[in-house]
Design a protein around this ligand. Structure first.
Ligand code: AMP
Ligand code: MN
Ligand code: MN
Ligand code: MN
Length: 292
């Protein structure tokens, strides 16, 4: 959402955040401290393809009087598109979920070797070791870590590392079969959670394809969609709110926080409220937050 409103209007709920267990820059403790500083109260840790941070986050959140919701953001391939499905309020000890996420992380390690080979082919040496230097959890290496390596070594700027090398169609983009949409929803549901389509406008799907994604998602047991996220303009949020109403999906909101820069509007812990027509996932039977 663009920063057109007074940040005082934000509500202290954030259902999408990353730590350095995936591609966030902050460790769990520093992330939660930052959330408290920004007056967040209800926070979901949703690292990519891992729940490794949830236990320590739960313990530390208790000491801060913060309501920590166990979450995950699963990488999915749907009709050749990389889609992210967030799971909220999961039992993070669920064996199926843990076993399957482990396989996704193994695939990340294999992919990282291929990314490095591609970069090597255009003269960019030692990128795997270089990316690993930015990766606190080596079993969960991400394109973000390659981006940090490329920037640090002047191969790219923060604005164009993906466009130059890492985005679909670029030299270091490796096509990957992640989880299927069906698997991601099944794992989340088996772990007692609710499945949410993350940042739907980021995939650049045309309207028909987005509706097909939503129909598949619903038919497979998905329940919610992100409406308010920094990935969306105000217009995007209003469009998705209308679609959510039409397809009877609950609405979610989150900062998709990865790193803090004082100049940026993205801070973890608080978000602009959902449009009035939305049914918030945080007030549904799946989450039922007590908002004080
Ligand atoms: P991966 O899961 O390893 O394929 O990496 C995807 C992650 O890269 C996303 O979760 C974002 O955090 C980040 N990302 C994707 N596209 C961009 C972009 N254009 N600029 C900066 N970061 C991006
Ligand atoms: Mn990310
Ligand atoms: Mn995402
Ligand atoms: Mn995310």
């Amino acid at each position: 959402m663009q920063n057109t409103q007074n940040t005082q209007n934000k509500i202290p709920i954030d259902l999408h955040c990353h730590s350095d267990f995936s591609d966030g820059s902050y460790n769990v403790k520093d992330l939660l401290d930052l959330i408290v500083k920004h007056e967040g109260k209800h926070i979901a840790l949703t690292d990519h393809d891992t729940v490794s941070g949830i236990e320590s986050a739960t313990t530390y959140a208790k000491s801060l009087n913060l309501n920590l919701i166990a979450g995950v953001e699963i990488s999915v391939t749907w009709r050749e598109h990389l889609i992210h499905i967030v799971g909220l309020n999961i039992n993070y000890t669920n064996k199926l979920l843990n076993d399957e996420l482990y396989k996704l992380r193994q695939a990340r390690i294999e992919r990282s070797k291929k990314i490095a080979e591609r970069l090597e082919s255009i003269g960019i040496k030692n990128s795997l070791a270089g990316a690993m230097n930015f990766c606190k959890n080596p079993e969960n290496i991400s394109r973000t870590h390659f981006m940090k390596f490329l920037i640090a070594n002047n191969y790219a700027s923060r604005n164009n590392a993906f466009d130059k090398y890492l985005a679909p169609g670029k030299i270091a983009y490796i096509k990957q079969q992640w989880a299927t949409l069906e698997q991601s929803i099944y794992w989340i549901r088996q772990a007692g959670g609710v499945a949410v389509i993350a940042h739907p406008c980021r995939y650049k799907l045309n309207k028909n394809l987005l509706i097909e994604l939503i129909k598949d998602f619903k038919q497979l047991g998905g329940m919610a969609i992100e409406v308010v996220t920094p990935n969306h303009s105000t217009n995007d949020a209003n469009t998705i709110a209308l679609i959510a109403k039409e397809y009877d999906l609950l609405a979610s909101l989150g900062s998709d926080f990865h790193e803090y820069k004082p100049s940026q509007i993205i801070t973890p812990g608080k978000n602009y409220p959902l449009p009035k027509i939305c049914k918030p996932v945080y007030q549904s039977e799946y989450l039922n937050l007590i908002i004080s």
